[in-house]
Structure formats: structure tokens, C-alpha cells
Design a protein around this ligand. Structure first.
Ligand code: ADP
Ligand code: MG
Length: 590
């Protein structure tokens, strides 16, 4: 075995870099945190090639003096940590590790001009080699430029994902920091596209800008205190649940975190109102005394240790629970408010031919009618009996003949063997639609239905871009979209099988679907997942009154469709209670 030796500083820095800077998002986070710690009132982030190629962060904070520049890039050198017991930490950084780590892994340039210094100075670090300080043009504040991330450590570079995935993670890091510091103006540009450009604003306005106006309109405010812990925030009603946890933000003492305890608390608070697999929308700010918090448990500082974790969790669960009980009308608001879908300008879309228009109109009004009717009924009775005499169940129809619909959600039927069949109409219809779409897709192309009036759907800034990147995939599914200014997407056509889907809800779900998978999905898998998502959007909603013929048609179609026993989420579409089951339930049998 060779003798033990000290590692060189360069190697030590590279090892540390692995802990702190594992991907572009981490570098972006550290640099923006530095800008916030420097008291910047305006921060601009420019990313190229997902941040792998280039990251530039410009701030108007206090700057770094020419004399301090070499120290700033030295390991464990910091101007921030005044309490070496690590208790009172009220800056985002404190380890003095970020800049040397970035300088070890990439080409780092700092150009800075503090207040009162004539002109700016620059320093460069590349692969751990530090340059001299030299004068440079520059205004007050600091510009940090990171180029060629991991060029010095090719082994790490291999672990990077596609520029798109890395760019998205980096944008998300900025998104979180922008929520943590709403009073600071933020601008984010990726590959020359402005993702957001926000003035200094209050928390609610920042949430509106970063969650999308539509989500923001439904959010409810929340405020609660327990001993010396204060919780503020905006939370969505249950109806606003999303396919991923992307619209969740936690800020603790000004620090954006992704802490498991807080995520779990949020999940528990919504446990009874949101189905498994869906995620609530929330932006929460916690303030507690420094002593009640240890921020030094994770190299990226995204996890915390609370002195009284249970207390924090009960505060959250209690406050959210109360807010969710509050306004019933709000909690039941439809996901897509009509105001958020504005028709595009007249003349924007090529007018469809008259024949096509007549057809489309007829289709649309037919599809819309039953829904309008069921909405008009204010106090529906709890069940509906088909007016016609109940047909006898035919042996060829194992799901039997419909008896009634109860709760506007379940169809009761009598099977040929006398068993009681209970069908979840929404789940069943979802599966039928998915199978129909799949069949169409296998045969070639899914039939498209051009929209009479294309709709514009607004998104939180990053989601529009993500969706537009999949334009080709969506086109194969019969969904035609195009860019419509920053953060908005224009929908021109939808799959015909969906009749009249809620385009906003549909696109939003798809955007999240594409985001959910961290690794880039194979086209096949992408199409597959998207198909299932589409199906949810054409299902007979639970809560829609069905006519006797509709119930019959549903049962017959289920019998003829593969996999009709479960919906696309794997839940059963129907239950069967046989004589034996009923006898057991009534205690007539052991
Ligand atoms: P830390 O933030 O933990 O102190 P860093 O390596 O991120 O460590 O930064 C080292 C030092 O460089 C900071 O303590 C700060 O004094 C200085 N610095 C870094 N970025 C900036 C900036 N944008 N504006 C002013 N000072 C900065
Ligand atoms: Mg720092």
C-alpha cells in the first residue's frame, strides 16, 4: 500500500465540489444565494445549454472589494459566519465553500464593484487555478460567470442529464429562491428566452406570478402561530391538486427548503381531501427563532432539523385543515376558471370552412348539453331511476341491466346471475376513452377536432416551455398547440374522441406529466403516459346525471373493451356483490 499523503487543495476542492455542486441547478442556487446575502435588490440569471454551457448571475448587491476577491474563491473563507457555534445563521450561505467548489469544477469568473470602489475588478478560477486580480469594466454589484461545468471532472459530467432537464432543474432553483425573496426583482433567461421578469413585490403577487394567475386566483390565505413559530402562506383548495408537487414551496426563515418533514406535513393536511398520487398547491413561509432550527445538516442546505419537528407539523396540519374547512364554495371551484381561458383575437386563426364549422358547432353543443343541464339542477335528488321498465339482464351481458344511478356517480345494475353490480361511471368511462384513443393511435393517427375558437392557456412560466418542447409528440395524439407569448400556449385542435375537453386542465396535466419523469422518457413511454392522461379528460364526470340509455351503453361498452375492470389509475371500475357477499354482510352466513 502506498504511503498516506495529504491531498492537494485542488483535489480537496474537487471532492467538496461534488457535495455542493452536483449539477447546474446547485451552482445557480449557490450564486443566487450569494447575491441575496449581498443585499441585492435585483438579480438576473442567464442560462445557456441548461447551465452546463454557461451560467451568468448579475446582482446589484454590496460587491466584493479587490482585496477580498482572492479570498472569496478560497475554501472555507466567508464574510458571513459570525457565530462559529453555527446557531445564529441568518444568511443563506455560511460555509465558504460554494465559489471554490465551482472554481474547481468549471471556469468561474467574478467581476465585482463594491460601493465606493473606483471601477470593478475581476478574478478567474479554472479547474482550481486562481488568476491575479485585474481591473475590468463593471457597474456596482457582482457578476458571476460559470462556463463549461465539470470540464475539469469529466466523470461528473457523465452524470448530467440532458441540457433541457438540467436547465429545468436550474430554473426551478431560481423559482424557489424568487419565492423566498419576493421583495427582490428577479429575471430569468434561458437560451435567450425570458422565463420571468418580476419586479419587487409582496408574497401574494410573487406567488401569482410564479404559480400562474389561474392557480393563484383560487388560493386561500393562511396564518397561524404556535408558541414562537409563525406560519403564513397561500394554499390551494382540494380541487386545485396537481399531478406533481412542483407547485409547492416552503420557505423557512427566508431559506427555500425541500424538507421531508414539511412535505409530509402538507401531505397529511390534505390526506382526506386529495386522492393518493395528487399533490396540493401551496406556498408556505415559516418563521421561527434561530435556536429552534439547525440549517447545517445538508450540504445544499435544503433540509433542516427542527428542535420541535412535531410542533411545526401540528401547526401546519391544524392551520391547513382549518383553512380547507373554511369556504366551501371556494373549495369546490372548478379547476379551470373561465376567465383564465381567453378566446384568441378574432382573425388570429384561419377560419374553418363553413361545413366544418357547422359540424363542429353541432358537436360542441351536443357535448356541452348534459353538463349544462346537470349544473342547472341546484338540489338534485340522491338517486335516479330509469323511467323505462327495467330490461331483463341478458346472459350475454355479464354486467347486467341498469337499475338506477345513485349519487350521480354510480350506476347500479343487476347481473344475469342476480348479483348487484356497482359501476363507478367516471372510472369506467376513463378506461373506455383510453382504450378508444389507443386503438385509434395504433391504427395510425388520433382523429383531431379543430377548435372553433382556439383557446389560450396560461401557465406558470416554466411549464409552457416544457409543453412546447413536446409539440410533435402531442400532434401525434391529436393535440395541436403553439407558443403564444411568454407563459402561454395556444390550443388549435384536440383529439376528437375527447369531444369538448377542458383544454386548460388537459394541457396542465400533460405539462406536469412530462415534468414528472426526471430522466428523459422514451417516446413510447411518453405517448403511453400522455394517452392515459388524455382519457381522464373525456370521462363522464362523477356527478353527472345519466339517462337510462346512457347507463346501458356504458355497461355494454365496458363488456366490449379490454382492461375495462380498472381505470387508468388502477382503481376498479365496478364492484360485484353476489348473493353470498350480501348474505355475509347481513350476517346470514359465517
Ligand atoms: P459563503 O456564501 O458560504 O460565504 P461562498 O463561497 O459562496 O461562501 O462565497 C464566499 C464569499 O464571497 C462570501 O462570504 C461573500 O463575502 C463573497 N461573495 C460571494 N458572492 C458574492 C456576491 N454576489 N456579492 C457580494 N459578495 C459575494
Ligand atoms: Mg455562498
Amino acid at each position: 500500500m502506498p504511503p498516506i499523503r495529504r491531498l492537494s487543495d485542488t483535489t480537496i476542492n474537487r471532492i467538496a465540489a461534488g457535495e455542493v455542486i452536483e449539477r447546474p441547478a446547485a451552482a445557480v442556487k449557490e450564486l443566487v444565494e450569494n447575491a441575496l446575502d449581498a443585499g441585492a435588490k435585483r438579480i438576473e440569471v442567464i442560462l445557456e445549454g441548461g447551465g452546463i454551457q454557461r451560467i451568468e448571475i448579475i446582482d446589484n448587491g454590496c460587491g466584493i472589494s479587490a482585496a477580498d476577491l482572492p479570498l472569496a474563491v478560497e475554501r472555507h473563507a466567508t464574510s458571513k459566519l459570525t457565530d462559529e457555534a453555527l446557531v445564529r445563521i441568518n444568511t443563506l450561505g455560511f460555509r465558504g465553500e460554494a465559489l471554490p467548489s465551482i472554481g474547481a469544477a468549471a471556469r468561474l469568473t467574478l467581476i465585482s464593484r463594491p460601493t465606493g470602489q473606483d471601477g470593478a475588478c475581476r478574478i478567474e478560477v479554472a479547474g482550481g487555478q486562481i488568476s491575479d486580480v485585474s481591473p475590468s469594466p463593471g457597474v456596482r454589484g457582482t457578476r458571476a460567470i460559470v462556463a463549461d461545468l465539470f470540464y475539469a471532472t469529466p466523470a461528473r459530467r457523465k452524470f448530467l442529464r440532458t441540457p433541457r432537464a438540467e436547465g429545468e432543474a436550474a430554473a426551478r432553483a431560481v423559482w424557489r429562491l424568487a419565492l423566498a425573496a419576493p421583495h427582490v426583482a428577479f429575471r430569468l433567461v434561458t437560451d435567450e428566452r425570458v422565463l420571468f421578469d418580476l419586479p419587487a413585490q409582496d408574497e401574494a403577487a410573487r406567488v401569482a406570478a410564479l404559480y400562474g394567475r389561474e392557480a393563484a386566483a383560487a388560493l386561500m390565505t393562511l396564518e397561524a402561530t404556535r408558541e414562537d413559530v409563525q406560519l403564513r402562506g397561500l394554499i390551494g383548495p382540494a380541487s386545485l391538486s396537481r399531478a406533481t408537487g412542483h407547485l409547492q414551496s416552503f420557505v423557512v426563515n427566508g431559506r427555500p427548503v425541500q424538507d421531508p418533514l414539511l412535505r409530509m406535513g402538507l401531505r397529511l393536511a390534505y390526506r382526506d381531501v386529495i386522492p393518493a398520487g395528487r399533490h396540493p398547491v401551496a406556498a408556505l413561509w415559516l418563521t421561527l427563532p434561530d435556536e429552534a432550527l439547525d440549517v447545517n445538516v445538508h450540504p445544499a442546505k435544503t433540509e433542516l432539523r427542527f428542535a420541535d419537528g412535531n410542533g411545526v407539523r401540528s401547526l401546519m396540519i391544524g392551520a391547513i385543515g382549518r383553512a380547507l374547512e373554511r369556504p366551501v364554495s371556494l373549495a369546490m371551484a372548478p379547476v379551470a376558471s373561465p376567465a383564465s381561458i381567453r378566446p384568441s383575437l378574432p382573425g388570429f386563426a384561419p377560419a374553418p370552412s363553413t361545413a366544418a364549422r357547422g359540424f363542429a358547432e353541432r358537436e360542441l353543443s351536443l357535448a356541452a348539453a348534459p353538463q349544462a343541464r346537470s349544473l342547472a339542477q341546484t338540489a338534485p335528488p340522491a338517486f335516479a331511476v330509469p323511467p323505462a321498465p327495467t330490461p331483463e339482464p341478458a346472459p350475454a351481458h355479464p354486467l347486467g341491466a341498469p337499475l338506477a344511478q345513485i349519487l350521480d356517480t354510480y350506476v347500479l345494475a343487476m347481473a344475469p346471475d342476480g348479483a348487484l353490480v356497482i359501476v363507478d361511471q367516471h372510472a369506467a368511462h376513463e378506461r373506455l376513452t383510453e382504450e378508444r384513443l389507443r386503438a385509434e393511435f395504433t391504427e395510425g393517427q388520433i382523429a383531431r377536432q379543430p377548435l372553433l375558437v382556439p383557446v389560450v392557456v396560461e401557465f406558470p412560466p416554466m411549464e409552457a416551455a416544457r409543453l412546447l418542447a413536446e409539440t410533435d409528440v402531442l400532434a401525434r395524439l391529436g393535440l395541436e398547440i403553439e407558443a403564444f407569448g411568454p407563459g402561454a400556449v395556444l390550443v388549435r385542435a384536440v383529439p376528437a374522441a375527447l369531444r369538448q375537453p377542458d383544454a386548460a386542465g388537459l394541457l396542465r396535466d400533460l405539462a406536469e406529466q412530462f415534468a414528472e419523469s426526471e430522466a428523459p422518457l422514451a417516446l413510447e413511454a411518453k405517448l403511453d403516459a400522455a394517452l392515459a392522461r388524455l382519457a381522464c379528460h373525456r370521462s363522464i364526470r362523477a356527478g353527472r346525471r345519466l339517462q337510462a340509455e346512457e347507463m346501458s351503453a356504458l355497461l355494454r361498452e365496458m363488456e366490449a373493451t379490454p382492461r375495462a375492470g380498472t381505470c387508468s389509475h388502477g382503481r376498479p371500475t365496478f364492484l360485484r356483490l353476489t348473493r353470498a357477499d350480501l348474505e355475509k354482510m347481513f350476517g346470514r352466513r359465517g
